[in-house]
Design a protein around this ligand. Structure first.
Ligand code: 7TS
Length: 419
């Protein structure tokens, strides 16, 4: 197994130095310096990732696991090296537990179709929560439709936290799967996933954690969490789009049938029948996203070089500053006020539709997301059609927050806001 290199951690977090690693940040939008605050949608990529992918295509491009020629061996070593890297990053027991997929969405669909669909039937329940992204809702709705199982939803409190008492009541002998976000992308709530997992597993349920917003912002140890599945996307973790990871407990993955059929996932193919390859290849049909895996490996090395704990501390300080400064804007209401939160701040501004806000801010060079954030049930809960959302990454600064506040003040004046 390739160990993650011991990072040479700087004494203090030098955000100016970090910013220089991200070439895209050095540009103007509508004549203003780019302030990128849409990191929950996708994070920007450091030079190390861009160069690793470029180098792969220049020096090693070939298909994996098939050729005996040098380039194929190189490509295979790089692709499998990335898997080792992910294993170390998540502290999984074995490399076979790391399945490369297209992203969080595909990971959850894989579990829904390969784990849940063959096992569930009428009388069984799948438990999710009210703050899930659509990708941790719709695949379960589909599998309920296919199997006759029922979807149950744990309510949230007005602050946007999981209602723990209701969770305890909804969890029961019928609960076969509990699927929960590590961090809500719409509210920023950090869910107490270790505690929830322990409770769900004690009740006999399998646990899937949607880590799309978890992995970029805190250390994740799947053995400590003791979950059955953990899913994330590389592109929110400074890596490329088109690749993500499904971690699965080995014995659970062993017992699951393949999801997609094709090359690489088989051992033998005859018209009378086929047999399946070992883990993890059983779940990786077809030519995988090789350059993207290399990019993911480089992204993990980059994150480790900064230190995920340092990134988390930087983002926490920035979030506290943003809450203080945004909180002082008249007519601004936060959507989601959980005690434990990641670097996501959702809000609405009196008299200004979030979409208009997004456009006005863009003209000031400030990129935020405005919309339902693929979490329509969360919008329903708060009775809003959409929110504006600023989300932070390792390269954001207090100056970025100040620019956001200035742009919001401008928008408020434009729409005749008083205060
Ligand atoms: N789960 C959560 C919690 C997410 O935030 C997202 C993407 C997904 C799953 C799906 O990830 P994908 O990489 O498979 O698309 N969230 C967002 C967002 O907040 N804005 O754009 C995408």
């Amino acid at each position: 197994m390739t160990a993650i290199p011991t990072p040479n951690l700087p004494e203090t977090y030098d955000v100016a130095r970090v910013r220089r690693d991200f070439p895209i940040l050095d540009q103007r939008i509508h004549g203003q310096p780019l302030i990128y605050l849409d990191n929950a949608a996708t994070a920007q990529k450091p030079r190390a990732v861009l160069e690793a992918m470029d180098r792969y295509y220049r020096e090693a491009n070939a298909n994996v696991h098939r050729g005996v020629h040098t380039l194929s061996e190189r490509a295979t070593a790089l692709y499998e090296g990335a898997r080792d890297h992910v294993q170390a990053f998540l502290n999984a027991r074995a490399r076979e537990e790391i399945i490369f997929v297209r992203g969080t969405t595909e990971a959850i669909n894989l579990v829904a179709q390969s784990y849940a669909r063959p096992r569930l039937g009428p009388g069984d329940e799948i438990l999710i929560t009210h703050l899930e992204h659509h990708s941790n809702t719709v695949p379960w709705q589909m599998v309920c439709e296919q199997t006759g199982a029922a979807l149950k939803v744990v309510p949230i409190t007005p602050a946007g936290e999981i209602d723990h008492a209701a969770f305890g009541q909804l969890l029961g002998p019928r609960t076969r799967i509990f699927a929960v976000a590590h961090v809500s992308n719409a509210l920023g709530t950090v869910n107490p996933v270790a505690e929830l997992t322990a409770q769900a597993r004690a009740a006999g349920a399998m646990v899937l954690i949607d880590g799309a917003q978890g992995v970029p912002h805190q250390r994740v140890d799947v053995q400590a969490l003791d979950c059955d599945f953990y899913a994330f996307s590389a592109h929110k973790l400074y890596g490329p789009t088109g690749i993500g990871v499904l971690y699965g407990r080995r014995e659970v993955l062993e017992a699951m049938p393949p999801w997609q059929g094709g090359g690489d996932m088989i051992r033998t193919v005859h018209f009378a029948g086929s047999t399946w390859n070992d883990l993890p290849y059983k779940f990786e049909a077809g030519t995988p996203a090789i350059a993207e895996a290399v990019g993911l490996g480089a992204a993990l090395a980059y994150v480790e070089s900064l230190g995920i704990e340092r990134i988390a501390a930087h983002e926490a300080a920035l979030t506290a500053y943003a809450l203080e400064r945004l909180g002082a804007i008249p007519g601004l209401r936060f959507i989601g006020t959980a005690r434990d939160r990641a670097g996501v701040v959702s809000f609405v501004l009196d008299g200004v539709h979030p979409h208009d806000l997004g456009t006005i801010l863009d003209h000031a060079g400030v990129a935020i997301r405005a919309g339902h954030h693929c979490a329509m049930p969360v919008m329903d809960f708060y009775g809003v059609p959409a929110t504006a959302r600023a989300s932070f990454a390792c390269y954001n600064t207090r100056g970025d927050v100040d620019a956001l506040v200035t742009a919001l003040e401008g928008a408020r004046k434009l729409f005749g806001g008083r205060g």
